[in-house]
Design a protein around this ligand. Structure first.
Ligand code: HEC
Ligand code: HEC
Length: 250
């Protein structure tokens, strides 16, 4: 079965990773004999090899075994063979997807490196259970609770993910959120996000231009002019120059 290649690649990687948080559970799993419910891995995969991969899944998603595995009914430990936790079948779909990417799709890329770059769970997940970009997380939050929701989400993820490196906290990613909100006509929400971003990057012509544009759309002409002027002072080629001319001509 094709998956053998991927699991081998994943196993190779596992030697490089030490993750001790689940050591207890792993010992417990290792003591439970051969796997009985493998649908993606070859049936003869040993428990040791399997659990080495499992530890990598947990590390790649920054989750515990119980993210995908159900607890035993008597509450004592995990029932690893059970499929009661829906994330286990999601993970099976992911295993098949990663196998298809590595074994069927990537070989079509001309002139690949040798050895080739291999896609693993972490390539996408980067230490998050749901591999969303920062801008996607912020937009979801903005759609639920406005511009302040997006700012709160930014601060929460900046605080919680600093060592994982899962998110892009540079100005462009946050500006994307504000631009999206402006495109949706939510200029007030966009301004809340631009305001947070300009506090972090006060020298950014792109942010000042975005703020000017949001103010202009809200009819705040003096504030728009002020923001556009800052943009042009920082970067004379900013599109703010054009907007300024038009506003001042009125
Ligand atoms: C991201 C989801 C995910 C995480 C996290 C995860 N597993 Fe799994 N686990 C699976 C999937 C999927 C299978 C079934 C593979 C198959 O069908 O070939 C499985 C199967 C197993 C099995 C074999 C059960 C059997 O009898 O068939 C064991 C043992 C196991 N996992 C242990 C662990 C341990 C220990 C951890 C924590 C270190 C862990 N798993 C974390 C997804 C996960
Ligand atoms: C090509 C990118 C990519 C790779 C590689 C990848 N995933 Fe995912 N994964 C996703 C996306 C996107 C989602 C969200 C799917 C959805 O619900 O729309 C997801 C969702 C999941 C979920 C469900 C999480 C939840 O809370 O609903 C699990 C579990 C998971 N992945 C496990 C894995 C494992 C284990 C691997 C490695 C074998 C892996 N993924 C590799 C992109 C990827």
């Amino acid at each position: 079965m094709r998956i053998r290649t991927v699991s081998n690649a994943l196993m190779l990687l596992s030697f490089a990773i030490t993750c001790s948080f689940s050591a207890l559970l792993v010992d417990q799993a290792l003591g439970q004999g051969a796997p009985t419910n493998l649908q993606v891995y070859p049936k003869d995969t040993t428990r040791e090899a399997l659990v080495a991969d499992m530890r990598q899944f947990a590390a790649a998603l920054d989750v515990r075994c119980t993210h995908c595995h159900a607890r035993r009914e008597d509450g004592r430990g995990n029932d690893f063979a059970s499929d009661a936790n829906p994330n286990k079948d999601k993970a099976r779909a992911m295993l098949r997807m990663v196998a298809t990417i590595n074994n069927e799709l990537l070989p079509n890329v001309p002139g690949r490196d040798d050895p080739p770059v291999v896609v693993t769970c972490k390539t996408c997940h980067r230490g998050t259970a749901k591999p969303r970009l920062l801008s996607q997380e912020m937009l979801l939050a903005a759609h639920q609770s406005g511009g302040q929701g997006a700012v709160d989400k930014f601060n929460e993820l900046k605080e919680s993910s600093s060592d994982i490196g899962a998110y892009d906290f540079r100005e462009g990613e946050t500006n994307t959120v504000a631009e999206n909100l402006a495109e949706e006509g939510k200029y007030e929400d966009a301004l809340v996000v631009y305001t947070m971003n300009i506090e972090r990057f006060p020298e950014s012509a792109a942010i000042w231009f975005g703020m000017g544009s949001a103010h202009e759309n809200l009819g705040h002409v003096p504030a728009a002019i002020e923001a556009y002027e800052k943009a042009v002072a920082l970067d004379p080629r900013s599109p703010a120059a054009e907007r300024l001319k038009e506003l001042q001509a009125k």
